[in-house]
Design a protein around this ligand. Sequence first.
Ligand SMILES: *Cc1c(COP(=O)(O)O)cnc(C)c1O
Length: 356
Amino acid sequence: MPRPIRATIDLSALTHNLDQIRQQTPEAKIWSVVKANAYGHGLSRIWRALAKTDGFALLDIEEAILLREQGWQGPILLLEGFFQPQDLQLIDRYRLTTTIHNESQLQMLGRARLSAPVDIYLKVNTGMHRLGFMPEQLMAIYHSARALPNVDHITLMTHFANADNHLGVESPLAAFNAATVDISAPRCLANSAATLWHQPTHADWVRPGIVLYGASPTGRWHDIAESHLRPVMSLHSEIIAIQNIQSGDSVGYGSRYQAVQPQRIGIVACGYADGYPRHAPSGTPVWVSGQRTQLLGTVSMDMLAIDLTALPEVQVGESVELWGQNLPVDDVAQSAGTIGYELLCAVAPRVPVTVL
Ligand SMILES: *Cc1c(COP(=O)(O)O)cnc(C)c1O
């Protein structure tokens, strides 16, 4: 038997979440963002559950080729564009849409020998200062791109740094609108947070990622609790040992948790080599036997300890949910000082996956 740890992927939740997003933004087309192996869910196992999307957006050309080889014939957008001139041969061969965010990409595109012109997304830097052309450059860049025989349709895009927090989108949206006012082209701006909370950004295409997987763009579950989204991934393991400790006894490496009263401890077959965050502190929520209990002490490579003092009926072999249907990944992430995105992406290849 393998270790009892298992990730379960609920494809009906994925389809449901896409439907919910569709209802939020009926006028816009949807790029389902499936970068990073579909946020750790496994691109090849999940994409068909999103087949009603208008396109898939990702970063890695290998993932784009995988989608094509598995039969997806619709649009695929490369969110970082390409890196080398030879990438353009693959973009041509697999009919990919590419972001263009700097002049070197534009030059490579101008020089490439392609079988047909490609669709491009011209990216505007509206304050994130990561990728994209400055607003004042955009007009000139647009005209150079328009003049290239290798360019077919052009869409204008930007990405928000603060759609998920109080700073919002007002100032980048104004910068984008001002920079693009004289250009007649489709527009694509919204990530998950903007799709949920900033209707004026919806434009022609939206680009939701994390909400498709049923986690929160803010890292706080309660921000999406009313959005009718369902968690797609559940991570389960089992209790493999029980320890009864006394006041003063400690648990785990470094003795970082010390009991101040007699306690019943459950050892769970899940550790940081499975993708559980090692820096999660004592008190991080864990779901067992229909209720929340908590992590105690340092997370090991293959195990972690939880408090079973209030759960005397729980025995070796009892199922434990590390996150999922009953325990939002956001709650675990928040306790560990990160966001659900990171935990989902970090689930290790050694964790077996069941698809529902
Ligand atoms: C990752 C990404 C998205 C999706 O972000 P979420 O917060 O997961 O919705 C959208 N656009 C770009 C450019 C991205 O890199």
